[in-house]
Ligand binder design. Structure first.
Ligand code: EPU
Length: 336
């Protein structure tokens, strides 16, 4: 373990923003993590996982701690289920592929999501009708302030749409590992999300396996979402806003084609991608950054953009959407 100084964070964030970390350290075990957390010369810390849900707008003076804890273990299993613990620094998609290889069901719809295992509960990552919480059992954390270890069971995580206790109590707990429960057979398949069933139909699969679903999701994501290794991005930049059914009725008066998904008896979710597209931003280039051409929820860095430029674009989008539709859209990514 070595503390480095004045290094570029470009390789550590999927937006590919080039800012400098005054101090940087990568930790590969718990004792190293505890050691750096207790260094008196660095009272302020920034915890870095896969760097897939952040927009860096300035150089960072804090000690940047890169969580590089690796390892996947089968904790227990019976005829039907398996309990697996994965350390926080495991790449999310590689973990999903490991599950597919072992025929462990539950994460197939969450294929190809950027980021690491340890940050997946913070956002309660979700896609194509499945959320992390559906297979989550518990996670272990270390407190940033007093180094105590804690286990959070699912019921204690306050999971919601792109939300959890770890997001609410930002920077208080570092997740060191996550435990999941997967099916070994009789997998519970989720193929009702429109694009998955049509993708499976397209390739002529009637009784899909979890591996087929994973492949379908990979193919959908590759066709709609930019690969961060090619074009810098952080996935959905905004959350889909939840509004009351009454507000939605008002929206329908002027925009009868507005899509929505029911959330509760009197609330609906409106796709922010639709609002942004309708506002005219889809596919727009602003020099070396802009809005993705196939998915308006995704802001992109074509190379060399500043985080502050992208932040300003996001504010312009929020203002325009509010003016046109009277709906506030909230950023999903962390602005640092
Ligand atoms: N839409 C548009 N224009 C666009 C994008 C979307 O009109 O440019 C409308 C369409 O009506 C479409 C609907 O939005 O039918 C839903 O689009 P999509 O299925 O792409 O889903 P989303 O609501 O835009 C959410 C997640 C994605 C996730 C997909 C699939 C959020 C903030 N985003 O997007 O997550 O992959 O569903 O489940 O909830 C991510 O978090 O990084 C991410 C990509």
């Amino acid at each position: 373990m070595r503390i480095q100084h004045n290094i570029s964070l470009k390789p550590y964030n999927t937006f590919g923003i080039d800012v400098t970390a005054k101090h940087f350290v990568s930790v590969s075990n718990i004792s190293e993590l505890k050691e750096v957390l207790s260094l008196p010369e660095f009272p302020a810390k920034l915890i870095l996982g896969g760097g897939s849900n952040m927009l860096l707008t300035k150089d960072q003076d804090k000690l940047v701690i890169h969580i590089n804890l690796k390892g996947i273990d089968i904790i227990s299993e019976d005829d039907n289920f398996v309990i697996v613990k994965a350390n926080a620094g495991e790449n999310w998609h590689e973990f999903v592929l490991w599950c597919m290889k072992n025929n462990f069901g539950g994460l197939e719809n969450l294929s190809l999501i950027p980021g690491n295992v340890g940050t997946s509960p913070i956002q309660n990552i979700g896609a194509y009708g499945v959320e992390l919480k559906d297979t989550f059992v518990s996670c272990e954390t270390i407190s940033v302030s007093n180094l105590s270890t804690q286990t959070f069971l699912k019921s204690e995580c306050d999971f919601g749409y792109r939300d959890s206790i770890f997001k609410q109590k930002k920077d208080q707990h570092i997740i060191t590992n996550v435990t999941f429960k997967f099916t070994k057979h009789n997998h519970k398949l989720n193929i009702n999300y429109g694009t998955i069933s049509s993708e499976l139909e397209l390739v002529g699969i009637k009784n899909p396996s979890i591996q087929d679903i994973s492949k379908a999701v990979i193919s959908i994501r590759e066709s709609k979402l930019p690969n961060p290794k090619v074009i810098g991005n952080s996935g959905s930049f905004f959350k889909n806003p939840v509004i009351t059914s009454k507000e939605f009725e008002k929206l329908l008066v002027n925009f009868p084609d507005a899509p929505s998904f029911s959330v509760s008896t009197n609330e609906v979710k409106v796709p922010a991608g639709w609002l942004i597209e309708k506002a005219g931003f889809k596919g727009k280039h602003f020099g070396n950054y802009g809005v993705h051409k196939y998915q308006a929820l995704v802001l992109v860095n074509y190379g060399g953009a500043k985080g502050s430029d992208i932040l300003n674009l996001s504010k312009l989008i929020q203002k325009t959407v509010l003016r046109l539709f009277n709906i506030s859209i909230e950023a999903e990514v962390n602005i640092l």
